[in-house]
Design a protein around this ligand. Structure first.
Ligand code: IPM
Ligand code: MG
Length: 366
């Protein structure tokens, strides 16, 4: 009998529901082809629901969502809601309550897609960012006192404990061992690069760097270690992206560098992500936002969402052949010159969101 997976679908805000629909379309095509079933449940968490009901996320949500095999999320963020309410109240709250302490973001340029970086192509742009997803300045304590006075004080602190740092680094080392350049037949070594700021954040990144070296020396002698300051990372990502293999960093730096990574792979619509922990449960979402400026226009690029579906099949549902088929279908469609507007080379025809989803689903069906 074929397996059935229970998936919670949170389309969310802006372009989220549009791209999530295409992700589901592609998942269904993969399910039909590889003989498994999807039991999908929609949740309406997001800005519209908040505006209507005043509730951001029911307290029962994370417990209820944890009953599913995975969460498939579009985007969170609404132009009529003050920034932070929905992002912290839904997306970040779910990441924290479900303890998804890793956010995996593969940075991969597809053949046929243009990168803004001169003279670099798919051979040079192929690395992964492992972003710590449960701590740092995202969960550090903070507050405002004497608000509205000239003496107003605002504090937001970057806090990490050894446990958080260590579990993230161990995940990154394991990942580098299994999927680094050597493991993929693309180089002579598997390399883990720590991205930090040891020259200024001399407490938090001292902890990171010591743990990085200790764990590496003790348990991962076969993984090469590199260290980069985060500002230099932004520079080298443009100048010499081929240096990078697996990068690991804290929550905030991971967030910031990943938008640059997205543009290097052609568009914000190209960067997929998985929020993970040691269990098989994951939260899968494109790394881009809700793009309210183009919401409802049907032009959003669904590829990051579709690739997030492939990650879900790979990491949570263990349907590797189906995940490979999605990756191959995306590559094929792009190779055939089928592009949404954000990645279409000058003068090339553009397809809309639905047509891109259909093209990829069709290639899977064969
Ligand atoms: C991301 C996003 C989120 C983050 C926002 C929407 C809260 O930018 O996933 O990168 O900062 O983590
Ligand atoms: Mg971000």
């Amino acid at each position: 009998m074929s397996k059935t997976y229970k998936i919670a679908v949170l389309g969310g805000d802006g372009t989220g529901p549009e791209v999530a629909r295409e992700g589901v379309k592609v998942l269904q095509a993969a399910a039909a082809k590889y003989d498994f079933k999807l039991d999908l449940t929609d949740f309406d968490f997001g800005g519209d629901r908040y505006i209507k009901t005043g509730e951001v996320l029911p307290d029962s949500a994370s417990g209820e969502l944890a009953q599913f095999d995975s969460i498939f999320l579009g985007a969170i963020g609404h132009p009529d809601v003050k920034p932070g309410i929905l992002e912290k109240g839904i997306l970040l709250r779910l990441r924290f309550e479900l303890d998804q302490y890793i956010n995996l973001r593969p940075v991969k340029l597809y053949p046929g897609v243009e990168t803004p970086i001169k003279d670099k192509g798919p051979a040079e742009i192929d690395y992964v960012v492992v972003r710590e997803n449960s701590g740092g300045i995202y969960t550090g304590t903070g507050g405002i006192s004497q608000k509205g006075t000239p003496h107003e004080v605002a504090v937001q602190s970057m806090v990490y404990n050894r446990f958080q740092v260590e579990r993230c680094l161990r995940y990154a080392y394991d990942y580098a061992e299994r999927h680094g350049k050597k493991a993929r037949g693309k180089g002579e070594e598997n390399t883990l690069g720590l991205v930090g700021k040891t020259n200024v954040l001399t407490y938090v990144f001292d902890l990171w760097e010591r743990a990085f070296n200790e764990i590496g020396e003790q348990d991962y002698a076969d993984v090469r270690r590199d260290y980069y300051h985060v500002d230099a990372t932004c520079m080298w990502m443009v100048k010499s992206p081929e240096w990078f293999d697996v990068l690991v960093t804290g929550n905030m730096f991971g967030d910031i560098i990943s938008d640059e990574c997205a543009m290097i792979t052609g568009s914000m619509g190209m960067l997929c992500s998985a929020s993970l922990n040691a269990s098989s449960f994951g939260l899968y979402e494109p790394a881009g936002g809700s793009a309210p400026d183009i919401a409802g226009m049907g032009i959003a690029n669904p590829i990051a969402q579709i690739q997030s579906a492939a990650m879900m099949l790979r990491y949570s549902l263990k349907q590797t052949a189906a995940a490979d088929a999605i990756d191959a279908a995306v590559a094929q469609v792009l190779n055939e010159g089928i592009f949404t507007g954000d990645i279409a080379p000058e003068g090339a025809p553009k397809v809309d969101t639905v047509a891109m989803g259909k093209a990829i689903a069709d290639r899977i069906a064969g």
